[in-house]
Design a protein around this ligand. Structure first.
Ligand code: NDP
Length: 406
């Protein structure tokens, strides 16, 4: 590959965003042109200086002044809830890497499609909420949607071993999350710290809790449905505690193709940014003899309710994805804020998904209304004021308690 590829990053200060900058710095044909974050202006300013990005966007208006003074004339600064979308429209990127967390990724993703930029998507929440809008729009605009989630990158890679019509099913692997060895009674009272202690992956807080509840697999089932046009019957989940096989595709002759690699997100990030070429990476070889064996087991009964939500959303269609995503975002936040117990997350989300309002039409407006409705249901159940993801980020700016780039 010769031409320089301009990359814009949503969520550059997070786990995916920081690893994306690491990948870009190691690939001479990739260049970071614009970076966006929620409120962490110090890290954003450092990243802009180090990468030479031309635009910095920050959602928290209170972070605008310090970001401007840190960057001076070296980069254009955009701030406020619409800053990410404005950045995408202004930056002339070839690829938008969406590493933001939550449904706040929808607006800038739609803007990237309008601008004809390819999408490298880690932000599964946007696809779960609005796959019915994003995927047809991307197809109509000739925009490629490249998966970054490790399981979906694996499926994408395995699919290249056959024709689409030859695919029988896909098998998504699950590590089992931080609480996989606990009984359901013990897991129900797990603390925030216990649930954040993931055995194989270092990730942001929200996805780490989703991994512990296994709702992450429900989200991934819906994500696979939209990305690869799969029915619920074509998707299966198996527990694979070592996180070495990231997913498999079974073809019509019974052959199963699996993608293996260390649990290292720089691999799927680099693959998405370099596609169709495979980038040279300094990853140490996977020593199979030293690994000894890889193990698989069916989902424990106690995880079935969470995973089943993904299949239920595919079967229901309509607004169900938006409801699942928003109810889960709000319930996870309530758990992280220590307002509900770990064991309450899945039943609360399930109850709200089961009441998904019917719709005559899936549109951005109806999806946003469903998102708001689901958050209100969680707020009513937990006795809290309803959350608004953009505003929530802003309000949190003064109480950061997460180590950066986890
Ligand atoms: P992090 O919590 O580590 O990072 C989130 C990023 O998004 C931060 O840069 C944060 O900014 C920014 N952000 C959050 N809300 C807003 C907002 N409203 N406006 C602007 N910026 C915002 O998350 P992860 O990197 O772990 O996850 C990101 C996405 O990737 C999620 O959808 C997750 O499911 C998916 N994913 C992550 C994997 C991983 O290994 N981490 C693996 C596979 C998928 P700030 O720092 O200023 O708060």
């Amino acid at each position: 590959m010769s031409a320089t590829r301009r990359i814009a990053i949503l969520g550059s200060t997070g786990s995916i965003g920081s690893q994306t900058l690491e990948v870009i710095s190691s690939q001479p044909h990739l260049r970071a042109c614009a970076l966006a974050a929620g409120s962490n202006w110090e890290l954003l300013a450092r990243q802009v200086r180090e990468s030479g990005a031309e635009i910095a966007a920050i959602a928290d208006p209170a972070a605008e002044a310090p970001l401007r003074s840190a960057l001076g004339e070296s980069a254009r600064v955009l701030a406020g809830p619409e800053a990410m979308t404005e950045m995408v429209r202004a930056c002339d990127c070839d690829v938008l890497l969406s590493g933001i967390v939550g449904s706040a990724g929808l607006g800038p993703t739609l803007a990237a499609i309008e601008c004809g930029a390819d999408l490298a998507i880690a932000n599964k929440e946007t696809l779960v909420m609005a796959g019915a809008i994003v995927m047809p729009l991307a197809r109509q605009s000739g925009v490629r949607v490249l998966p970054v989630d490790s399981e979906h990158s694996a499926i994408f890679q395995c699919l290249q071993a056959g024709k689409r019509s030859e695919v029988r099913r896909v098998v998504i692997t699950a590590s089992g999350g931080a609480l996989r060895d606990l009984s359901s009674e013990a897991a129900a009272d797990a603390t925030v710290e216990d649930a954040l202690n993931h055995p194989t992956w270092q990730m942001g807080r929200k996805i780490t809790i989703d991994s512990a509840t296994l709702i992450n697999k429900a989200l991934e089932i819906v994500e696979a449905h939209w990305l690869f046009d799969l029915s619920a019957e074509q998707i299966e989940v198996v527990v694979h505690p070592e996180s070495i096989i990231h997913s498999c595709v079974e073809f019509c002759d019974g052959s199963m193709v699996a993608q293996m690699g260390r649990p290292d997100m720089t691999l799927p990030i680099a693959y998405a940014l370099g596609w169709p070429d495979r980038p040279v990476r300094p990853t140490p070889p996977l020593d199979l003899a030293a690994l000894g064996r890889l193990t698989f087991r069916p989902l424990d009964e106690r995880f079935r309710r969470a995973v089943e939500l993904g299949f239920e959303v595919i079967r229901r269609g309509g607004l169900a994805g938006a409801v699942l995503n928003a109810a889960n975002e709000a319930a996870v936040q309530a758990f992280l804020d220590r307002k509900i117990r770990f064991g309450q997350i899945v039943p609360l989300v399930e109850n709200i998904v089961n009441q998904t309002p019917p719709t005559a039409e899936v549109s951005v407006a109806s999806l946003l209304a469903a998102d708001r409705w689901a958050r209100l249901q969680v707020a009513a159940a937990t006795g809290e004021a309803p959350s608004d993801p953009a505003r929530e980020r802003v309000e949190k700016s003064s109480k950061r308690d997460r180590p950066l780039g986890t």
